[in-house]
Write a protein that binds this ligand. Structure first.
Ligand code: ADP
Length: 400
């Protein structure tokens, strides 16, 4: 079964074609700087790689280019030959608790949710609308970044604001990176030869964007990102948790406009704001005080989330590190896990240095894993599941 996964961003399209259920990648494409003068595209299949520098004016042109490349390399003649096209959608609001088959009603809902994620959902929707036009007979599936966290209880997702603010404006915590947390949780469960339902875990997605998730018996019960992906851990350019009164002060007393505050918190804070670089590899090599402080700040915040999630969960079977920093920085992982023996975490320093899959000692009560995230594969798997279920429903309807 051939399933294409499309991640349509504001100026880019990431495309991955899978053969399922094996999860084999048949082709991978990345079209960047759509609408700008210097569009650049990369197309990979097997062990071959092509770079294309032709101008890509619109998302429509981007998908057309990908289709042409697939045809030229005899991978697929046309999108209409695919078994399914799966789309990453960032915000599913309260409407979507799992992946769904896209119909007109789903499209209307995703449109409504643009308000909650203006930068993302609009671009995601564009990818869906173009693919539907190009391949009207192929099932299209939406997989939401928020869906995995839809199991959070009310006490986790409500802010201590007047209840009517939630009712009227839907201001609550939604959580993001759900596809990644869900993927690494399942992979860790496989390693432990148990069902996710039997396990409690804390998953740490540490990249440019970072979030932690408390997972109880296989479902998310708390996560660090909130109404937007700004809350929680310290990130590459995002500040994470701050006193919300700072934003008021900046506007009242420091001459900031709303957009200035937005840019400050989202684009100029985090690692970049404290020490001037977004790249942890570079920061780890530096010797100046602010770079060291930035690392200590990041570590401290992650530790605080681990501690609070342990208190919430009561017992924890595994800690999982993933994403660019989580998968690669053994020094940051070692700092985060330092002095956690009292909580049942014993680090195997050699395994950690080697970025091994299991980095805790045999005697460690809590297992610690480093697992490479694969959001595209998780999206393909969830889509396969949707197809399977709809097929079952379709077959059942035939017998009514
Ligand atoms: P995104 O959220 O954009 O997908 P990534 O998951 O790719 O981000 O993570 C990017 C971060 O991972 C950067 O801070 C980068 O410096 C860091 N990173 C990648 N490789 C290493 C490494 N070998 N050592 C330390 N940090 C690394």
């Amino acid at each position: 079964m051939k399933i294409a996964v499309i991640n349509s961003g504001s100026s880019s399209i990431k495309f991955q074609l899978f053969s399922m259920p094996e999860g084999e990648i048949l082709a991978h494409a990345l079209v960047e700087k759509i609408g700008e003068t210097g569009s650049k595209s990369i197309f990979e299949y097997g062990d071959k790689k092509r770079e294309i520098t032709t101008a890509v004016k619109t998302h429509h042109d981007g998908l057309k280019l990908i289709n042409t490349l697939l045809r030229e390399h005899h991978i697929v003649e046309h999108f209409s030959e695919l078994d399914a096209i799966a789309h990453r959608v960032v915000h599913g609001g309260e409407s979507f608790k799992s992946a769904v088959l896209i119909d007109d009603a789903v499209i209307e809902k995703i449109k409504e949710l643009i308000l909650l994620a203006p930068l993302h959902n609009g671009a995601n929707l564009e990818g869906i609308l173009i693919s539907r036009k190009k391949a009207p007979n192929v099932p299209q599936i939406a997989v939401f970044d928020t869906a995995f966290h839809s199991t959070m209880p009310k006490e986790a997702y409500l802010y201590a604001l007047p209840y009517e603010v939630y009712e009227k404006h839907k201001i609550r915590r939604y959580g993001f990176h759900g596809t990644s947390h869900s993927y690494v949780m399942k992979e860790a469960a496989k390693e432990m030869k148990k069902s996710p339902k039997e396990l409690n875990m804390i998953t740490l997605h540490l990249g440019n964007g970072s979030s932690a998730c408390a997972i109880q018996n296989g479902i998310s019960v708390d996560t660090s990102m909130g109404f937007t992906p700004l809350e929680g851990l310290m990130m590459g350019t995002r500040c994470g948790d701050i006193d919300p009164a700072i934003t008021l002060y900046l506007q009242r007393e420091a001459g900031f406009g709303v957009d200035d505050v937005d840019a400050l918190l989202n684009k100029r804070s985090g690692l970049l704001g404290v020490c001037g670089s977004i790249d942890l590899r570079e920061i780890e090599k530096r010797d100046d005080e602010l770079s060291k402080t930035a690392i200590e700040m990041m570590v401290r915040r992650v530790k605080k989330y681990i501690g609070s999630y342990m208190a919430l969960l009561g017992s924890v079977d595994a800690l999982v590190f993933t994403a660019g920093i989580g998968e690669n920085s053994h020094t940051l992982r070692a700092k985060i896990l330092q002095n956690l023996e009292v909580l049942g975490v014993e680090l195997d320093e050699e395994a950690n240095r080697q970025n091994a899959l299991l980095i805790s000692k045999k005697s460690s009560k809590i297992k610690v894993f480093v697992i490479k995230t694969d959001e595209e594969l998780e999206i393909a798997r969830q889509s396969e599941e949707v197809l399977r279920k709809t097929q079952i429903i379709y077959q059942a309807e035939k017998y009514i």
